[in-house]
Design a protein around this ligand. Structure first.
Ligand SMILES: [Fe+2]
Length: 432
């Protein structure tokens, strides 16, 4: 076993069956208002994969309805390259094949379409019953990859995203679709190299791009992820005005680091931009051990051109989520998980970003959560939904917490008919 093979064993091991189960057993009481679909994507290699990030995407979904767990389904995203062991991301002329996809990272819903996403390809549309519809290119308008972390502006309903990875310039481009899903803005973002850009940030007035020193390494192609730390690359944040996307990007230097995920970002009354992320000191740096991600705040000051950097917490964290109704504004609460490996304890943590305090749910030993999605509650706070793996039983549950009382016991636990492998991101899709 190599160091990258962890993704084929234990909590990460793929499942082989696509199941449909109805009327699932529930412990506790599911809030009846939770009526919709919880969909979460993740890698589930059909045969083999070189890296956790490269396995074929499989979506695990649970339909909740009026206080009962109506069904569970898991389905591979059947992309045009699914099952084709000869499919490649690049054509022989060096151009990308944007329909070759593992579609394994996220599921989002915009303008009536549910999209399974991976950052190296076009989106793939799926149904809420998890059948694959096909590659989606915005009616022929998108000829680029699409990040797995697009942002929906809660005020305008627009979908903001970027594509990256083209060998030829522009290596990064920003896109915006209007609330109806029509692609309305396309703007190149000038970066000096083939940086791995997993996420970005959106405020009410700005988009912020992360030009960080993990860059494409041609020599690593075929050896897992073909990206390596480049100590000479530098690290910058690029700010684009939403009201003037053609006006160009203003760049701000930061300390070298890597960021997979944004918690949130907002504008301040005095014109600064606050970006809260999970930050790693470095990533995939040969000769350096793994770094751990911690909550971090960048405050960009256009008046001085400088960035103030603050570590908000010492504890490892990932999968940051907020109440998406307040995305881009000065949201109070942020939620992260700390998934223990090799028998370490796991946590679901709620940070009060206004007071600097936090509360956490401590999971029983061997119980490992994934990303926790926030769902607003009627007339109250909200719910946090996550799949939790039980190592001793080798099975998984969908667990629902009261977001206002994360230290307490879950309000409901839906017992699933099979293990859900450790995965990435998802969303709650309420009935319209
Ligand atoms: Fe991600």
């Amino acid at each position: 076993m190599t160091t990258t093979d962890f993704h084929l064993t234990g909590a990460y091991a793929p499942v082989h069956d696509e199941l449909t189960a109805s009327d699932l057993p529930v412990t506790g009481a599911l809030p009846p208002e939770l009526t919709g679909w919880y969909l979460r994507n993740g890698p589930n290699p059909r045969t083999e994969s070189q890296h956790w990030f490269t396995g074929d995407g499989m979506v695990h979904g649970v339909r909740l309805e009026g206080g009962r767990a109506a069904w569970y389904r898991n389905r591979w995203v059947r992309t045009e390259s699914f099952g084709d062991d000869d499919a490649t991301l690049y054509n022989t002329d060096g151009s990308r094949n944007l329909r070759t996809s593992v579609a394994n990272t996220h599921v989002v819903n915009h303008a009536g379409r549910t999209l399974a996403l991976v950052e190296s390809s076009l989106p793939y549309e799926i149904t809420t019953e998890l059948d694959t519809v096909g590659a989606y290119d915005f009616g022929g308008e998108l000829a680029d990859s699409m990040t797995a972390h697009p942002k929906i502006c809660p005020t305008t309903g627009e979908l903001h995203f970027f594509g990256y990875g083209s060998i030829t310039a522009p290596h990064v481009s920003y896109y915006r679709a209007d609330a109806s899903g029509k692609l309305a803005v396309r703007q190149p973002i000038d970066v000096p190299g083939l940086t791995m850009m997993h996420d970005f940030a959106l405020t009410a007035s700005h988009a912020v791009f992360y030009d960080l020193p993990v860059v494409f390494d041609r020599a690593s192609v075929g050896q897992g992820m073909p990206y390596r730390w480049d100590a000479g690359y530098g690290a910058r944040l690029g700010v684009l005005r939403r009201d003037d996307p053609a006006g160009g990007v203003r760049w701000f230097d930061v300390e070298p680091c890597y960021v997979f995920h944004t918690l949130n970002a907002h504008d301040t009354a005095d014109g600064r931009i606050v970006v809260t992320v999970v930050r790693y000191d470095h990533l995939w740096w040969e000769g350096h051990g793994p770094a751990r991600g911690v909550l971090w705040r960048w405050t960009l000051d256009p008046a001085t051109g400088r960035v103030t950097e603050e570590r908000l917490d010492d504890r490892p964290a990932e999968f940051p989520r907020i109440d998406d109704r307040f995305a881009g504004s000065d949201v109070r609460f942020g939620h992260v998980t700390q998934s223990g490996k090799d028998g370490e304890q796991s946590f679901l943590r709620r940070h009060d970003l206004h007071t600097g305090t936090s509360e956490e749910h401590v999971f029983a030993p061997g119980h490992v959560p994934g990303e926790a999605v926030f769902v607003p509650a009627e007339g109250g706070d909200g719910w946090l939904l996550t799949y939790v793996y039980d190592a001793a039983e080798d099975r998984s549950d969908l667990v629902v917490f009261d977001a206002g009382n994360v230290t307490g016991a879950p309000v409901a636990t839906v017992h699933l008919p099979q293990r859900v492998p450790a995965g990435f991101h998802g969303n709650w899709l309420p009935d319209a």
